[in-house]
Design a protein around this ligand. Structure first.
Ligand SMILES: Cc1cc2nc3c(=O)[nH]c(=O)nc-3n(C[C@H](O)[C@H](O)[C@H](O)COP(=O)(O)OP(=O)(O)OC[C@H]3O[C@@H](n4cnc5c(N)ncnc54)[C@H](O)[C@@H]3O)c2cc1C
Length: 247
């Protein structure tokens, strides 16, 4: 899996602060420089003033200003299962690679068994992996070897069947029905900073499934570079909280 930041609002924290200051200023925010807009906020430097205001907004649950900056992420190689989970978030915009137009007719089923084209979950390879709702905890090497063999055989066979159906003239949009839910997909998604925090509340949490958690952690790392004051504050003070942005 790979996650890249494709495009994002320039100076997102200037946008957040300007929007928030607009709410409490008599003058028109559009007539002022950013420094003038932030004049009454506590802090020696403009960076400190941003930290004061953003921390105050997040502390008080004033989340509206965080809806203005937007970021677009390109995600490579997640499973269709993970894609189904993330696309439940209705305020995120998505473009998802189509299986109607991308046919996997030149993929070698032996390579699929070795991890190409289909995501291999850690529980098919790691005896110490403990998943959610797993009774009994870790397993021995022999058990995990059996899991791996069944998993590899199953994904290989489904790709062989898929390719045979294509050879029999079945359209890719119908032949794809036999492919596993772990089949990889690429996706582009855009969301605002408020929504990003909400997605992280739900999907970086300990009870989220491992793959969407991994993807969300990568998104959060990029968000920290893009919008550092907000997402460092989020990481230190808000992540894993019970009282989430939205229920
Ligand atoms: C651990 C976990 C397990 C899950 N298991 C399942 C499952 O078994 N089956 C299943 O179907 N789903 C499951 N989900 C998905 C979950 O039910 C939500 O659909 C998903 O997380 C989207 O989040 P959200 O509800 O906050 O909505 P979002 O679309 O992210 O919207 C954000 C917020 O906007 C508000 N909002 C958006 N739309 C509306 C609306 N129409 N009416 C009122 N308020 C709205 C809500 O406050 C919402 O929290 C699971 C999620 C998690 C994290």
């Amino acid at each position: 899996m790979e996650v890249q930041l494709l495009e994002a609002t320039d100076d997102p924290e200037e946008v957040i602060c300007s929007a928030a200051r607009n709410d409490y200023m008599e003058e028109f925010v559009g007539d002022k420089s950013f420094e003038e807009t932030m004049e009454s906020i506590e802090g020696e430097t403009i960076g400190e003033k941003k930290e004061t205001l953003i921390g105050h907004l997040l502390d008080h649950g004033h989340f509206g200003p965080f809806e203005h900056p937007q970021a677009t992420f390109a995600v490579k190689g997640i499973s269709r299962s993970c894609m189904a989970q993330i696309t439940r978030h209705r305020h995120v915009s998505f473009d998802v690679q189509s299986m109607r137009y991308v046919s996997f007719d030149d993929v070698d089923p032996e390579d699929v068994a070795e991890g190409e084209m289909v995501v291999t979950p850690p529980s098919a390879e790691d005896p110490d992996w403990i998943g959610r709702n797993q009774e009994g905890g870790a397993v021995d090497e022999e058990t995990v070897e059996k899991r791996k063999a069944i998993f590899q055989e199953s994904v290989k066979r489904s790709v062989e069947d898929y390719q045979e159906l294509l050879e029999l003239g079945m359209p890719p949009e119908d032949a794809r029905f036999v492919l596993p839910i772990g089949t990889e997909v690429n996706m582009v998604m855009s969301m605002n900073a408020r929504m990003l925090m909400h997605v992280a509340d739900m999907r970086a949490a300990a009870d989220a499934q491992w793959e969407i958690r991994e993807m969300t952690e990568k998104v959060l790392d990029l968000a920290k570079e893009w919008c550092p004051v907000t997402f460092e504050y989020y990481e230190e003070n808000m992540k894993n909280r019970k009282n989430r942005l939205a229920p």
